[in-house]
Design a protein around this ligand. Structure first.
Ligand code: NDP
Length: 333
């Protein structure tokens, strides 16, 4: 139960979970991190949220990723996480690496969106209150704001670190040109950008194609891949239709139109490659990202302990032979 005393698995650091250095920093992140974008809102069963987070921590996942607006309702994922901190994880605070972000629409009026100092500062204060934390390990500018001077957004990040409200800062969804400015600005102020968070999966190749991965490496920054399972497409979830309890059935961020016959054929073919490797499609999709040392961590979502458990297996085999890589590229052409 949510209010029973939690005691974490003593084998959580037994070597099964791998930790990777985040760019040129002192921080190691687990190869698999857990994101609370979906499934942890006030619309979701609280006990399940506790169970998933506990299972993650029990298995060496030390990095939990949030944002001000995760829910629904907006803010409620942070509140859920705050309940978990208060009821079970507080004694392990120094074993946790917690991130949050601001950048998308959060509250009404002119100060609850985009990249102003006003918004970022106020939003982080709100996030800390919701999560019952004194500081976050990592605070992100969630997206580039073309209408705010980037100096203002970056200086807010610098000052947030100086205030002790975040230990590190990162950027997410930034185009490469803006990212170049951000890396430089932060470096010059001795608050180097710890990490770039970008959408990356077998189906979304921008970080490779747009040079984002390479740029992060050159700047000494890590890279964390969000939606590495393409929100569930790269699993067995949709092989036989659209289950009623799936993200696609809710028709929010994952639209039914995505599942064209062509897409389904690709997923089926990828599933066969995975089966030949002795992996599930989800495991292979995560392993394929982790084969690249430029990817510090893959940031997964899960709507059940069982899903999370399956995905954890991905770290067992993250090497691919040339033949497998070719087969995969052929399918995705
Ligand atoms: P994924 O691509 O990992 O998709 C997760 C979803 O896929 C689950 O909720 C579940 O959906 C399904 N799934 C997961 N594992 C399995 C499995 N083994 N078998 C079957 N189905 C499975 O990631 P998300 O899109 O959830 O994003 C992960 C995190 O990335 C977020 O929580 C957030 O922290 C971050 N993010 C950051 C963004 C940014 O702008 N910086 C934007 C988006 C995400 P179902 O509900 O159908 O069970």
């Amino acid at each position: 139960m949510a209010n029973q005393l939690y005691s974490p698995n003593e084998t959580r650091y037994d070597g099964t979970m791998k930790y990777r250095r985040c760019g040129r920093s002192g921080v190691l992140l687990p190869a698999i991190s857990l994101g609370l974008w979906h499934n942890f809102g006030d619309v979701d069963p609280l006990q399940r949220s506790f169970d998933i987070v506990h299972h993650a921590f029990d298995n060496g996942i030390t990095h939990f990723d949030l944002a001000n607006n995760y829910g629904p309702s907006a803010g409620s994922a942070e509140e859920t996480f705050g309940k978990i901190i208060t009821k079970s994880l507080r004694p392990y605070r120094d074993e946790l690496f917690v991130s949050t972000k601001a950048g998308y629409d959060m509250w009404a009026g002119p100060y609850g969106d985009w990249g102003s100092r006003k918004y970022l500062m106020a939003s982080l204060d709100q996030s800390l209150r919701r999560m019952n934390l004194e500081y976050v390990d990592l605070f992100y500018s969630h997206r580039f704001d073309p209408n705010t001077p980037l100096e203002e957004t970056m200086q807010a990040l610098v000052d947030i670190v100086r205030q002790g409200k975040a230990l590190y800062v990162g950027i997410s969804n930034y185009p490469t040109e803006a990212a170049a400015f951000a890396y430089q600005y932060l470096k010059e102020r001795d608050v180097p950008c710890l990490i770039y968070q970008g959408k990356y999966s077998l189906l979304v190749r921008d970080p490779e194609e747009k040079g984002i991965l390479q740029q992060a490496k050159e700047q000494g920054s890590g890279f964390i891949a969000f939606s590495p399972l393409a929100q569930g497409l790269l699993t067995d979830r949709y092989l036989n239709g659209i289950p009623a309890d799936s993200r696609m059935a809710r028709d929010g961020f994952l639209k039914k139109e995505v599942l064209s016959n062509e897409m389904l054929a690709k997923i089926v073919a990828l599933n066969n490659v995975a089966a030949n490797r002795g992996q599930s499609l989800a495991e292979m999709a995560l392993a394929w990202l982790l084969k690249d040392e430029l990817v510090t961590s893959v940031l997964i979502g899960a709507s059940s302990v069982a899903q999370l458990d399956k995905n954890l297996k991905a770290v067992r085999n993250t090497t691919f032979d040339a033949e497998e890589l070719m087969q995969i590229e052929e399918i995705l052409k």
